[in-house]
Design a protein around this ligand. Structure first.
Ligand code: SF4
Length: 939
């Protein structure tokens, strides 16, 4: 959908680009693997010209988490064209517009070219030496005056796994937990919700596995635009007869494919899911055997669900009873059925509870651990899963080890440094073990009165390292904080909106980072497959790779030697393969241990051998492996574990990718067993009932200790499967058919969460004031992720009279994330040139605005956004929808002149997050971006 489409060159340039990018060839290749009629084979692109010094580099699209492969043709060091990797089992020769235009990174006219510093309101060129020394000196002074927690490092879900891991290590050695990345604001609630229910914080199946689904519920997700190539897999399932249900307040491009579309009031997902379960339980459609053997606390859910009679569900959600029933019946009677969710579910003040309601729905239907079933959570950036797994999280070291003393000791050993030295880097042991400030709230840690900030000082400096500020809410507050900081540093291939919005005259540094096509390393797709990217071209201009920048700063700050103790450094670049080997040696919890650089490179080289439905190699040197060794890939690389394509699948032995639910919460709770029932175990397991996680004591009791080698016994003594660096415990346990993490029940009642059973709570800023008393939000909290956090005091204010429309936001197919990168890409910029707001014809008529005219969207914070009206019945009366990828305007003003020369993106517009109101998830501090109120005024 393009609001105003103008062509700068009669389309000729674009056609040439599409042919050059290999899009047409991609469609042909797709037809080879899937009998899809959705895309017609077209004329193949020109063959790769036989030029001297021409080679094909294998890489992965950096725009979303589907993980489409790209073949980059490079001649004499210049990236001359790209193909869509016909052999990839994930994209099978297809790309969406974003993937088809990644070659633009090889030219990047809008990119940062050299380090810059803001002087008297103008960016001036400086050298790298000056940048590292000057920023380094300021950091050292800051540390001396206020301690290490005065710095916040906002990392990136676009860093590869090795860079993400190195950044978490960097911040740890600096001495703080104040680090975060984009997962906080897209899927932190998913990670918390599914991990606390099943055991791991990740999508259970794969995009390809949808081929086996007989029904799919898409709720709060719009893959036709957000994850376009994933739709090919679903459309294949649909051709085979799968039913499609789409639940969304807006009639999306995904909804137009649906057999059953459900228009829901934003912020009422739990009521809707309980409404479905009400019909499922009432009709006996649940999987009773599965519930009895593999779940804990379903009876507590039954009690809550019993309250959600059809009349109540319709009143709260706005969905007619028949529609709720039809969705329930379609999902329950066409099994295996899958549920797909995205940010429509996660970005709420009840985001974690939303996730858990859906996780429970799938347990009730027996759909978890099943081919064609699953909780399929499509993540955003290309490496949001990997950066979450091993990267900069404020409450965990890599591999979800947490930040308690044992975790620090484990990583001190792995890093080859003394635990007491690491401890000495922090303000105190207490701060070392306290979760850090989140990216969603860092500005409150600057602005808040220090007596309310749960650390010795306020934040005084921020690094924005590959992260767009316009993807966070409450931008006016962020701008005020930016002005109060001592200084800020932006490290990015593009000058994100950070460079233009701050309103400062000094104290800002812009450092040019290389893109992911100018380095190599591994990247984890949403389905947990890990793919190896080759370096396509050398860094452009004066750009440096992120890991080189980390090393240069560490050296300046005095911990360079410790950062790379086990990692070779060549020309100031820590060797990526060595970093991955360190991840392999440490992250046993999630099985990032079997995926050596050599195995990953072999998979990339032999993509053609993997079946596009099962993802398993049917021949060749990777025979038996699943594509990308989806984690957990247990044990050492020598163990040759094939990866785990479907989590919690009892039908396979653990050695072949099977798994039960994880035992992570003890053996019983309130007298009820938490371990799996007798007879519930993975294929070929020697223990035919539930069992706890393995450690040295359990191994000895079972008589399996002698199977460790003498060397392994030395290392494993006193350890468990997560901390035994020899990997011996895991090797022996899997040889007996067992899962290292035990065999437990999934938890429907998470007793340590604010809502042990998910409970509907009205949005903080709601038009349904009549429901606030009945379904109130949480009490305010004094110290939550180091900050006071408001709930009831926000909900108490009635904004509905002055702001009568519900506002919500989402994605476009043309752009990604904060959008600087894609809005700087001329091929994509041409497709969508204006920030807009979808408004129903009736609401548009109220203010007399027509399609394409400007209007103001005003919100309760006092923010005013000037944007074009997209008048459409896709949104219902009373609701407006805006895309979140725009930036570069500030309440009507174009900020172009505030960017460094030539650095402003081609397309600029208001950031919807400028207007977003207060609201944070009660577990993870996820920001609320899906339901608030606004009013429209004709411009
Ligand atoms: S943006 Fe996503 S779906 Fe599109 S080509 Fe890239 S990875 Fe594939």
């Amino acid at each position: 959908m393009t609001l105003v489409k103008t062509s700068r060159d009669s389309g000729l340039k674009r056609r040439r680009f599409l042919v050059g990018a290999g899009v047409t060839a991609g469609a042909g290749a797709l037809a080879r693997h899937l009998p899809l009629n959705v895309i017609q084979p077209a004329t193949a692109a020109d063959a790769v010209p036989a030029r001297p010094n021409t080679e094909v580099k294998h890489t992965v699209c950096s725009h979303c988490s589907v993980g489409c492969s790209v073949e980059a043709v490079v001649s004499n060091g210049v990236w001359i064209r790209q193909e869509a990797a016909f052999d990839s089992p994930i994209n099978m020769g297809a790309h969406c517009a974003k993937g088809a235009s990644v070659r633009e990174h090889g030219f990047g006219e809008h990119r940062l070219r050299y380090p810059m510093k803001l002087v008297n309101g103008k960016y001036e060129r400086i050298t790298w030496d000056q940048a590292i020394n000057e920023i380094g000196d300021r950091l050292l002074k800051l540390r001396e005056q206020s301690g290490p927690d005065a710095l916040m490092v906002i990392g990136s879900s676009k860093h590869n796994n090795e860079q993400s891991y190195l950044l978490r290590k960097w911040v740890s050695m600096w001495g703080s937990n104040n680090c975060d990345h984009q997962a906080r604001i897209c899927h932190s609630t998913t990670v918390a919700g599914v991990a606390q229910t099943y055991g791991y914080g990740a999508m259970t199946n794969s995009f390809n596995d949808l081929h086996y689904s007989k029904a799919v519920l898409f709720i709060g997700s719009n893959p036709a635009e957000a994850h376009p190539i994933s739709m090919l897999h679903f459309l294949h399932a649909k051709e085979l007869g799968a039913k499609m249900i789409v639940v969304d307040p807006r009639f999306t491009r995904t909804a137009r494919f649906a057999h059953h579309y459900v228009r829901i009031r934003p912020g009422t997902d739990i009521a809707f899911v309980w409404g479905m379960l009400w019909h499922i339980f009432n009709n006996g459609w649940e999987d009773k055997e599965y519930i009895a053997a593999r779940t804990y606390g379903m009876d507590d859910v039954r009690k809550e669900v019993a309250k959600w009679t059809p009349d109540k569900v319709s009143d709260v959600t706005g969905v007619p009873e028949a529609s709720v029933r039809m969705a329930a019946e379609m999902l329950a009677t066409n099994r295996p059925s899958s549920v797909v969710w995205c940010m429509g579910i996660t970005q709420h003040h009840v985001g974690t509870a939303n996730v858990r309601a859906l996780s429970i729905l799938q347990l009730a239907l027996g759909n978890i651990g099943v081919q064609g079933g699953g909780a399929n959570i499509y993540r955003g950036h290309d490496n949001v899963q990997g950066a979450t797994d091993v990267g900069p999280n404020g409450d965990s070291l890599p591999g979800y080890y947490g930040i308690a003393e044992g975790a620090w000791k484990h990583f001190s050993t792995v890093w080859g440094v003394d635990y007491d030295w690491v401890k000495s880097r922090f303000g105190s042991k207490e701060l070392m073990e306290k979760p850090g400030i989140t990216v969603s709230r860092w500005f409150d840690a600057v602005l808040e009165d220090n007596q309310y900030v749960d650390q010795p000082t306020n934040l005084r400096a921020v690094f924005y390292w590959g992260h767009a500020p316009n993807s966070q809410t409450r931008l006016p507050d962020m701008k005020a904080a930016m002005q109060k900081l001592d200084f800020m540093v932006v490290i990015d291939p593009y000058p994100s909106m950070t460079a233009a919005m701050h309103g400062r005259t000094d104290g800002v540094y812009l450092l040019p980072a290389a893109s992911q096509f100018e380095t190599q390393g591994s990247v984890t797709a949403s389905n947990r497959s890990i793919q190896w990217r080759e370096r396509v071209i050398q860094p452009l201009f004066e750009c440096k790779t992120d890991h080189e920048i980390m090393y240069l700063f560490a050296r300046k700050l005095g911990f360079g030697e410790q950062l790379v103790k086990n990692i070779k450094v060549v020309n100031n670049e820590p060797v990526i393969e060595d970093i991955l080997r360190e991840i392999n040696r440490s992250c046993w919890t999630i099985g990032y241990t079997g995926c050596s650089p050599e195995r990953l490179k072999l998979h990339m080289e032999h993509k053609r051998d993997f079946n596009p439905t099962t993802m398993r190699a049917e021949s060749g040197p990777c025979k038996g492996d699943y594509y990308g060794l989806p984690w957990p890939c247990w044990g050492t690389p020598e163990m040759k574990h094939p990866g785990t394509p479907i989590l919690y699948d009892l039908h396979k032995p653990v050695a072949e990718g099977g798994l039960p639910f994880r035992a992570n919460w003890g053996v019983e709770h309130n007298g009820e067993p938490l371990l799996a029932a007798d007879g519930s175990f993975t294929k070929d397991s020697e223990i035919d009932t539930g069992y706890p996680e393995f450690d040295h004591v359990f191994l000895k009791k079972l008589g399996w200790w002698a199977e460790l080698t003498p060397e392994e016994q030395v290392q494993a003594e006193g350890k468990n499967w997560k901390t035994d660096l020899s990997g011996g415990i895991i090797r022996v346990v899997i040889a007996h058919g067992c899962a290292p993490f035990g065999n437990a029940r999934a938890r429907c009642n998470v007793w340590n969460f604010p809502d042990p059973v998910p409970t509907h709570r009205e949005p903080l800023v709601t038009p349904r004031r009549d429901l606030v008393a009945k379904y109130p939000t949480y009490d305010d909290k004094a110290a939550f992720w180091r900050l006071p956090t408001l709930y009831k005091s926000v909900q108490a204010v009635d904004f509905s009279k002055d702001y009568p429309l519900i506002m919500t936001s989402g994605r476009l197919v043309e752009y990604e994330g904060g959008g600087e990168e894609t809005r700087s890409n001329p091929w994509l910029a041409e497709l969508q040139q204006n920030m807009f707001c979808e408004v129903n014809p009736e609401d548009a008529a109220q203010i007399g605005v027509k399609l394409g005219e400007f209007m103001w969207v005003e919100t309760p914070t006092g923010a005013r956004l000037k944007l074009m009206a997209m008048v459409t019945p896709r949104v219902p009366v009373g609701l407006v929808w805006m895309p979140f990828h725009f930036g570069g305007w500030w309440m009507g003003e174009d900020l172009e002149k505030h960017y460094p020369d030539g650095g402003a993106p081609a397309v600029r517009g208001e950031a919807v997050n400028t207007g977003w109101t207060y609201g944070y998830d009660a577990v993870t501090m996820m920001q609320e971006t899906k339901v608030s109120l606004c009013r429209l005024v004709r411009a």
